[in-house]
Design a protein around this ligand. Structure first.
Ligand code: GLY
Length: 396
């Protein structure tokens, strides 16, 4: 796979002009969705370099990341006279860069494309690394190809119109990049002040984050090995996302990833020795900024089913990426059903969804039990109803 050029822009017009000139073309197209049509096209349409471009507009959000929208883009390209030598600019979030990248990579066997991501999630993840595609048959990103953009132009000015929830959604992927890279980068991510956003600092953190992803993609573009590091938090995260969708309470991707990171760092702690203090610090950060995913133990079975059907699995084994330390990655780790249920208990306990321990304590206080009887009562109750293991009790 060819290497893509990722540019952190200080002057979008200049950077875009240069990127377009590096791709000789007959016709130029710009793909945008309803959101970027309103918020970002007015910025771009001032630029001389796109004054002769043809515009294609599609619906926004994941519901439009489908075959119908893809066919519409192909048709628009064809009807507006695109050839094998045309160039497409994708202006939008991950939905636009994924679908537009796939449309470009398949139209007349592939035309060149440039990504201008406008959400944080697209800047640090979706638009970089060459994964393109659409949802199909009820499954996310089921159809697609690896095909990198010629250039990815990142301009943090677009983030100024992004709401805090979407900002946090993208930030979860940055937190993941921190965890798989260096202690210093992880610490600076934990320190970022969301109450008083400094967009210059954010732009520099985005630059570092993208570099971490690029370095990994360069080593393993087709995800046969180390690229799986980028899946940290995603095995459980995707299950949370699917459950939320099924119960008609959809959540943003990054929120699911943040909660998935909590679960998978717990596994990292018990299975590969990830330090407890770093687990705690990450949990505190996630709790403070993302709150808690609501689900109950009756839904464990369903979450387990979703994990079993994750496309990252092979030979029916649920695949996790874990850490022994920050930056020390262990790919292809597995867990049993019991371990997964235990991990979900841990999530509930540490995120404060419910506390069987506290419930037990209340019973003990009510019946005025002595200390010795109290301790053995609590342990026997908790273990007999399989709510917590001794290990989990340490975190209460
Ligand atoms: N989003 C993970 C990857 O690009 O591999």
């Amino acid at each position: 796979m060819s290497k893509q050029e990722v540019i952190i822009c200080h002057n979008l017009e200049e950077n875009l002009n240069k990127a377009i000139n590096q791709c000789p073309h007959d016709k130029l197209f710009v793909l945008a969705d309803e959101h970027t049509r309103e918020l970002c096209i007015p910025v771009l349409s001032e630029f001389d370099c796109i004054k002769n471009a043809h515009f294609i507009y599609i619906g926004a959000e994941d519901v439009h990341k489908n075959l119908e929208t893809l066919a519409y883009v192909w048709k628009e390209l064809g009807d507006k006279g695109a050839s094998r030598h045309s160039l497409l600019i994708n202006l939008g979030g991950g939905m636009v860069t994924d679908l537009g990248g796939f449309a470009a990579s398949t139209f007349k066997r592939g035309i060149k494309y440039i990504n201008i991501p406008t959400t944080l999630l697209a800047m640090v993840d979706a638009s970089v690394g060459g994964k393109t595609g659409i949802n199909f048959n009820g499954l996310k990103n089921e159809i697609g190809v690896f095909s990198p953009a010629e250039s990815v132009l990142i301009d943090a000015n677009f983030l100024k119109s992004l709401d805090i929830r979407n900002l946090l959604s993208g930030y979860a992927e940055m937190l993941k990049h921190g965890l798989i890279s260096t202690h210093d980068h992880w610490i600076e991510l934990l320190k970022f002040d969301f109450n008083n956003i400094d967009y210059k600092v954010l732009q520099s953190l985005v630059g570092k984050s993208v570099q971490i992803k690029e370095d990994i993609v360069e080593q393993d573009p087709f995800e046969r090995g180390i690229r799986k590091a980028l899946n940290l938090g995603h095995t459980v995260g995707h299950a949370f996302e699917s459950l939320a969708l099924e119960t008609q309470h959809p959540i943003l991707h990054g929120y699911a990833v943040a909660w998935g990171i909590v679960c998978e760092l717990y596994f990292s702690h018990i299975k590969t020795g990830f330090p407890k203090d770093k687990l705690r610090q990450t949990i505190l950060f996630v709790k403070e900024h993302y709150g808690v995913m609501p689900f109950n133990c009756k839904q464990y079975e369903r979450l387990y089913e979703f994990m079993k059907h994750d496309k990252k699995n092979s030979a029916g084994i649920i695949n996790f990426t874990l850490l022994t330390e920050i930056g020390n990655i262990q790919i292809n780790q597995s867990a049993s059903k019991d371990e997964i249920f235990e991990m979900l208990d841990f999530y509930h306990e540490s995120m404060g969804c419910w506390s069987p321990f506290k419930q037990m304590e209340r019973i003990v206080q009510t019946f005025h039990l002595s200390d010795t009887i109290k301790t053995s009562f609590i342990y026997s109750q908790l273990q007999s109803i399989k709510l917590l293991t001794i290990k989990q009790l340490e975190y209460l």
